[in-house]
Each structure stands twice: as C-alpha cells, then as structure tokens.
Ligand binder design. Structure first.
Ligand SMILES: Cc1cc2nc3c(=O)[nH]c(=O)nc-3n(C[C@H](O)[C@H](O)[C@H](O)COP(=O)(O)OP(=O)(O)OC[C@H]3O[C@@H](n4cnc5c(N)ncnc54)[C@H](O)[C@@H]3O)c2cc1C
Length: 366
C-alpha cells in the first residue's frame, strides 16, 4: 500500500506534524491521527468542541450480549424506579449477590492478573470516577458495596423477601437494546480473568462478551454528539475524522472507517452525497454506533461513549432466526449461535453488494 501511494501520480505525501488545526484553506480534510494524537492538534480540536468532547484515556467497562443474561436470576429495574433522561424507570439489569458471593468476588478481583500500563501511559492519571474496579476493591472490602455495587433502591422480584448484599447493574448500551455494559466495571484485568471472574456474577454465568474492559491512553472524540452521519465535525464540517479517533478500535475497524471517510470526502469533492452503508453491514453498523447508535448517559465524572470493536451485537436482529439445518434437522446448542451469525453475515454481504451496486458505481462514474 505504501508503494502504491508513493507511486500514485495524483498523491503527494508530506510527512510532518500538523501542530494545531489544519490550515483554514484546507477545505476537505480527514483527520486520522489516532489514539496518540499529538497535543497541539488535540488541544485545538478540544477548543473547537467542549471539555468533555475529547478524551485522553478510555475507561472501558465490559459489554455483554443481552440475550446471554439469565433473566430468571436478574431483573430490570432502575434504582428507586427513577426515570432518568430517555429512560422508563426499568433501564438497568440487576444481578444480586449474597455476602459470600460478594466476598469471593472482591477477593477474586484483587487476586486477578492485571495488564500493565505501557510506557507512554504510566504518567496519565485515572479520571476521577473512572477508577478500575480492582483498584476500588483494593481500597477496602466495603468500597464496591458503597459504589457501583450498592444494593439500595432495588427489589429482586424473584425473591422479594431477601435483601441482596450487593448488586451488579448493567445499562443498555445501544439503541437496538442488544448490548448492556456492566456499570462501573472498567478494569485492567486480563481478558481471560475478566471472563472467569465476571461469569461468577449471578445471572452472568453464561454471559457472552461483545467487548471486554480496559483502560488505555487513547485520544478519541465523543463522536455520537460531535460528528454527523458522514463523520464530519458538526462544529466545522470541513474536518472529517477517521480511524480510532472516532471511537472505533482495532486495525480493521480503523482502516474501515478510514476507507469510508475517504469515499465520503471524494463524494463531497464531486458535490455528491453518498448514502451511508446499510446498518445490517459491519461497516454500516459500526458507523451507526459511533455516530449515533450508542445511548449517551451522562453521570458525574464518567463518559458513557467508549471505543468499540465491530461485533454481532451492533447488528439489528434477524427478521427470522434460523431453527433448522439445510437437511431439515433442528439446530441444537451452539449450532444456533453459529447459524445466527452465518445468517447475519450472509445478510450483510448481500446488503453490502446492493449498496455498492446502487451507490458506489454512481459516485465512481460521475
Ligand atoms: C500496543 C498496542 C497493540 C495493539 N494491538 C492491536 C491488535 O493486536 N489488533 C488490533 O486490531 N488493534 C491493535 N491495536 C490498536 C490499533 O493499533 C489501532 O486501533 C489502530 O492503529 C488505529 O489506527 P489509526 O489509523 O486510527 O491511528 P494510528 O495507527 O495511531 O495512526 C495515526 C498516525 O497519526 C500520527 N499523528 C498523530 N498526531 C499527529 C499530528 N498532529 N500531525 C500529523 N500526524 C500525527 C501518528 O504518529 C500516527 O502515525 C493496538 C494498539 C496498541 C497501542
């Protein structure tokens, strides 16, 4: 790719830092400076938006597929049935713990293997209110019970007479309602440890994780609020963002958002408007999530939009879920999950082909 770019007659490559906003006479700009965007540019972008719009650290709580939560143990309820902004008073999924379960859980958090901060991350302090859950656990056995796991204002309908000793809450993460994040569970535990320890929470024994928790040095925008559907900064539409800065994560995701940003910018340069890829495709669902599909919930000291990899939880549910194999016999156990993912992938490929045929060739031919 580097060779192709270097040799392309219409591409000029200039290597160097853009220390501040791109010059005012650059009209159709893509900013793709990644998780370690240099400070002068980051500060300039921050000044264009507002204080909470650009984060320098992520604080990722694990996200669980809603359908993998055992609702015979867990239940829907907001604390004191309070109706928050955009909520209905039953916006959280609650998982109850006995004292023994809580004590075992706190001990497991403290003993669990953690990842180390990288050298360029060690000087970055935690945000207030975004402490890793294991750090909270280390502060004393009662800390979590008075923090994210407090058991007040909630009644377990499966066993109303028994007061839970601690309660883990999960909050809806996307408008589709397919993903729930574990509130306050940002963590530096290793991935294997997260799965082992979080599956010890009653109701989450069979939890399937769409994203595991983490904390990293990471410069990224509060994109659902700041960017339009075509990745342009609302405050200054000549600037389009791409890559991890937009709140996606990973090589493939960053490259994909870069690709579509390029296609949008090319359409802009031709005075065309390109329809976004369908939400049933990987690119469309990720784009939809970062530019609006995430449910923003503002709580003091926290920021709910956190980086997201592509995952099946971002896709709209299938109209019909497959129940049988091609030979007519019934799907069992894990076969159902595999068949569902295959059906979602087939739908995505067909819809992507249709989008390319209907929209991309028009843009290319014009
Ligand atoms: C240690 C580590 C391991 C990872 N492992 C994986 C993995 O296994 N799989 C995976 O999918 N993802 C992994 N990732 C994530 C992946 O690296 C990123 O998601 C991806 O590289 C982001 O791509 P990007 O193009 O948005 O940003 P980047 O790849 O960071 O590119 C941005 C570029 O912009 C430059 N830049 C910054 N500021 C300025 C400025 N002001 N002017 C000009 N240039 C500027 C930067 O120097 C950089 O070259 C890992 C990340 C890290 C840190």
């Amino acid at each position: 790719m580097t060779k192709a770019l270097n040799e392309h007659p219409l591409i000029e490559i200039a290597r160097g830092e853009i220390a501040g906003l791109p010059p005012a006479d650059w009209s159709n700009v893509i900013v793709a400076t990644g998780p370690l965007t240099s400070a002068p540019l980051a500060d300039a972008i921050r000044a264009l938006t507002d204080e909470s719009a650009l984060a320098f650290f992520d604080a990722i709580a694990p996200i669980v597929h809603r359908e993998s939560i055992d609702m015979s143990v867990a239940w829907f309820q907001s604390r004191y049935d309070k109706v928050g902004p955009g909520g209905n008073g039953a916006d959280y999924i609650n998982c109850p713990m006995t004292k023994e379960q809580y004590d075992g859980f706190v001990a497991a958090l403290i003993a669990g293997e953690k990842t180390e901060f990288k050298e360029w991350e060690t000087n970055t302090p935690y945000f207030d209110g975004c402490l890793p859950i294991e750090v909270m656990a280390e502060r004393g056995p009662e800390t979590l019970r008075h923090g994210p796991m407090k058991p007040v204002g909630l009644t377990n309908p499966h066993d109303p007479a028994t007061k839970a000793y601690a309660i883990v809450q999960l909050r809806q993460d996307n408008k589709l309602g397919t993903l729930y994040n574990i509130v306050g569970f940002q963590t530096k535990l290793k991935y294997g440890e997260q799965q082992r320890i979080f599956r010890s929470i009653p109701g989450l024994e069979k939890a399937e994780f769409a994203r595991l928790g983490g904390l990293h040095r990471n410069t990224f925008l509060n994109s659902p609020k700041l960017l339009d559907g075509q990745l342009r900064l609302r405050a200054q539409p000549r600037l389009r963002f791409a890559g991890q800065m937009t709140g996606c994560e990973g090589y493939v995701e960053s490259a994909s958002v870069g690709l579509i940003a390029g296609v949008y910018a090319a359409a802009d340069a031709r005075g065309q408007t390109l329809e976004s890829p369908p939400g049933t495709t990987a690119l469309g669902s990720l784009l939809g999530h970062i530019t609006g599909g995430h449910i923003e919930t503002i709580e003091p000291g926290t920021r709910s939009f956190q980086p997201m990899n592509i995952n099946f939880g971002l896709f709209p549910p299938l109209a019909t879920v497959p129940t049988k194999k091609p030979d007519g016999t019934r799907l069992r156990g894990n076969e159902k999950t595999v068949a569902k993912k295959q059906a979602m992938s087939a739908r995505a490929l067909a819809d992507l082909d249709r989008w390319i045929a209907d929209h991309l060739h028009i843009a290319a031919a014009a």
